[in-house]
Design a protein around this ligand. Structure first.
Ligand code: ADP
Length: 165
């Protein structure tokens, strides 16, 4: 049993992310979802919105907390006393990126181990970017994101549409 960090952009959290948190947290003392602030990616939701949505989606899990971090994930892990970094792996898209990242993190911090959980079958082709993309064209994504995320997502897309007119 250990403390772990599950880092990511989570813009916004999807059911694939929540599934990873649910399955990882069963095997851990504590899991911190680390929502990265100020990454190079331009996000649709700001840091407080992303934290708020993820916190609500995992409120049923007593050993999970959600907080922001900036900079290197290994430093954030050390700060909270985590010895494990949890990542999710979709069969077709993530292996190369995740293995490079894990090797780089091990180079910087040998005492921190990356553990990847395979994505559930139903979430293999699910990503935050795909959700935003298809929702922008009017697709119903309500079964791909936690119930609390769907409304803010539709609202933000409407705001973006209105401001681009
Ligand atoms: P990042 O910007 O770090 O890639 P993401 O929010 O896109 O952040 O993803 C965070 C983590 O969740 C990554 O390990 C990613 O592979 C994993 N992940 C993303 N979507 C899914 C999914 N549908 N099923 C399982 N894991 C996923």
């Amino acid at each position: 049993m250990a403390r772990a960090i599950y880092p990511g952009t989570f813009d916004p959290v999807t059911k694939g992310h929540v599934d990873i948190v649910e399955r990882a947290s069963c095997n851990l003392d504590h899991l911190t979802v680390g929502v990265v602030d100020g990454s190079l990616k331009r996000t649709m939701f700001d840091i407080d919105e992303r934290i708020g949505m993820f916190s609500e989606a995992v409120a049923h899990l007593s050993n999970v907390s959600v907080q922001q971090y900036t900079g290197l994930t290994v430093n954030a892990a050390r700060e909270i006393g985590a010895t494990v970094i949890v990542r999710g792996l979709r069969i077709t898209s993530d292996f190369e990126y995740e293995s490079e990242m894990a090797l780089m993190n091990r180079r910087m911090a040998e005492d921190i181990e990356t553990i990847c959980l395979f994505s559930a079958l139903e979430y293999q082709i699910l990503s935050s970017s795909r959700v935003k993309e298809v929702a922008a064209f009017g697709a119903d994504v309500s079964n791909l994101v936690p119930p609390n995320v769907w409304k803010p997502l539709v609202k933000r897309l409407e705001e973006q549409k209105a401001s681009s007119k």
